[in-house]
Ligand binder design. Structure first.
Ligand code: PEP
Length: 245
């Protein structure tokens, strides 16, 4: 099964109109087609991007509601009209800082798909859970919460394995650690839809940078990366994209 690599940037609450220009210029001059590139800036910057064939745009979260009295929220439709084609769902920062439960994550993912957005579902364990050898149990729970009752959504999803202990810490999972969990995720998803599980792109996220990305991308079940800190540096992000070609 050959899967096209996807390199996704999560700018979190960072970036600026100037970075939009700088990143656009860098990616336009790269002109890569062997890899899909996705930029997820803060929602207010989405409309600052001119349409490009070099990258797609995504949002970092969405409301599970479609419209109404939800002050401050953004619906899938609004994000789509602003240019998003993808949306990150269940990032560990949203799960912990915004108290997003497995159930809410499942509802958000369904809402995204219904509006034509491709959800990028984040799963991953904390350091304590890894030390207690609960990594697979936690990830199985996070996946089951979404796909057990709506297995048809798997074929429309991208998965990101992001060990919480590796996010923003400078301590990436080793390629072997990541591959082991990616293989587990793919095998676990096969119970819902074997064809979709073989085809789904599983990205690794957690302190990916220009130095460590090639060894990660060499693993059989790692189909790209979700990049935080290093995605704010256009030259380094470009190197990561090139390493996936
Ligand atoms: C992230 O937050 O999705 C992430 C992977 O961040 P970083 O690359 O900075 O660890």
């Amino acid at each position: 099964m050959s899967r096209k690599a996807l390199i996704a940037a999560n700018w979190k609450m960072n970036g600026s109109a100037a970075l939009v220009k700088e990143m656009t210029n860098t990616l336009q001059s790269l002109a890569i087609s062997a890899v899909d590139v996705l930029l997820c800036p803060p929602a207010t910057l989405l409309t600052r991007f001119a349409p490009s064939s070099q990258f797609a745009l995504g949002a970092q979260t969405l409301s599970h509601e479609t419209s109404g009295a939800f002050t401050g929220e953004l619906s899938a439709q609004l994000l789509s009209e602003a240019g998003a084609r993808f949306v990150i769902v269940g990032h560990s920062e949203r799960r912990s800082l915004n108290f997003e439960t497995d159930g809410l994550v499942a509802a958000k993912l369904a809402t995204a798909v219904a509006a034509g957005l491709t959800p990028l579902l984040c799963v991953g364990e904390s350091l304590a859970e890894r030390q207690q050898e609960k990594t697979q149990q936690v990830i199985a729970r996070q996946l089951d919460a979404v796909y057990a009752s709506q297995p048809e959504l798997l074929a429309k999803s991208v998965i990101a394995y992001e060990p919480i202990w590796a996010i923003g810490t400078g301590e990436s999972a080793s390629p072997e650690q990541a591959q082991q969990t990616h293989a587990f995720i793919r095998a676990h998803l096969a119970q819902y839809d074997a064809t979709a599980a073989a085809a789904v792109r599983i990205l690794y996220g957690g302190s990916v940078n220009a130095e460590n990305c090639a060894a990660l991308f060499a693993q059989a079940d790692i189909d790209g990366a979700l990049v935080g800190g290093a995605s704010l540096k256009p030259a380094e992000f470009a190197q990561i994209c090139l390493a996936a070609t």
